[in-house]
Design a protein around this ligand. Sequence first.
Ligand code: BYC
Length: 471
Amino acid sequence: MSGINYAEKIPNNVNLVNDRTLQRALEHWRPKFIDWWRGMGPTDSQGADVYLRTAVSVDAGGWAQYGAVKMPDYRWGIFLADPVAARTIGFGDAMGQPAWQQVPGEYRSTLRRLIVTQGDTEPASVEQQRLLGHSCPSLYDLRNLFQINVEEGRHLWAMVYLLHAYFGRDGREEAEELLARHSGDTDKPRILTTFNEPISDWLSLFCFTYFTDRDGKYQLKSLAESGFDPLSRTCRFMLTEEAHHMFVGETGLGRVVKRSLEVMKELGTDDPARIRAHGAVDLGLLQKYLNFWCSSSLDLFGSEISSNSAANFANGLKGRPDETQYQDHVLRSSTFKLFTPEGEQEVPTLNALNEVMRESYLKDCEIGLKRWNRNIERAGFPALALKLPSTRFRRAIGAWAGQPVNPHGNVVSQEDYSSNLYAWIPSEQDRTFVKSLMKRVVEPGKMAGWLAPPERGVNNLPVEYEYVKLH
Ligand code: BYC
């Protein structure tokens, strides 16, 4: 990459053109990233022209430029939101002190760990989704998938920038490791559990972008509060892109519901077998997918009682999403009640911050369900309303890990749990059925039979637009 025109190839607002050290680190890493993209990114589509948005600056006119791009030529850039003048730390014991422009020595390994954990999820999600192009329900959806994939690639660049620019040699080594771990790999898996789950159908993709990307929103919001200003600014800009990923989840699931209701009306029945025979997803099946992905994503907040979260907050490294909405930003004398299998416990709020964040997240998750349920009720099927599972259901991390709890949150016998589990989450048979629906549709304007068309196209273009030219 020597002789490269940095501003052209790697759009950035970090003065890359004058930073020789950063240039050298990126020169070493970039070819490995491109190799990873070609090997682990979306399959069989590297030559396609995709109607993508690219961020070329952080201002309103530059963060979303649209045009046809071949994905390996995507201009993965490095952007930080504009600095806030004289920004101070907004929470924890160092509240009110100037935000750090460099990594404080005593927090170096914790900050690196947080950045690596965040960074690890980005390429993981691209790996999880790499085969979905083979079964896309439409060109519109295929384009959205690819948009998400390139942006997750850019989010990886964002974390690699922080590692290269602020963590020296160990940062460079961690940046390499981000390309060496792989989703689902038995020897070198991704760090967080959900990012090792296969996403082999589009119903799972819509659930993942609804639930798991929303965890991304909450984690990024809490890191955007960080006293380490470069991390805060990086995450603030990433959040602008994250919104589209959740849009794909929310509208995708809404379109599944819409199509199910159409088929139910057409057939005059809510019999799941007949709906399935007609090539649509019955709402009971959708509920199982919601149960699976919601419970998996709830684990991503960590344990209910966590000394890590207490230290991260007290030290000013990771705040609560939208920290300014709270009165108390120090939390040294506040307590929080939570339920564990041992009963109700009152713990210092500092130690319960993962749970505080999980509660806000769940409220946000409810919004889509309310919308879909309105349509389900209007269609005359209130008994089929969709619900979020209890936070105690099917947990693998935290106080409820491994406990036999049903989706309503009641503890049941281990036997009951095992024999009912596949009435609550997709069984092998359910997954096989969903897979059978996943037929590739790539004629402009055509849509798979299990999914209603979107209400509008991308960037004011019609839904029928040829968003991906596959050649
Ligand atoms: N799987 O005190 P604990 C996104 C580990 S998604 C495996 O309970 P803590 C995206 C934990 O690492 C957002 N391990 O929790 C979405 C710790 O290990 P160490 C990603 C887990 O530390 C879609 C130990 O258990 N960003 O952006 O308070 C597409 C005890 O931890 C899990 C972040 O997560 C798990 N589920 O919180 C693309 C932000 N949960 O350190 C992208 C950065 C916990 O003792 N990460 N552990 O070896 C963090 O803030 C925290 O690490 C966590 C855990 C919230 C993940």
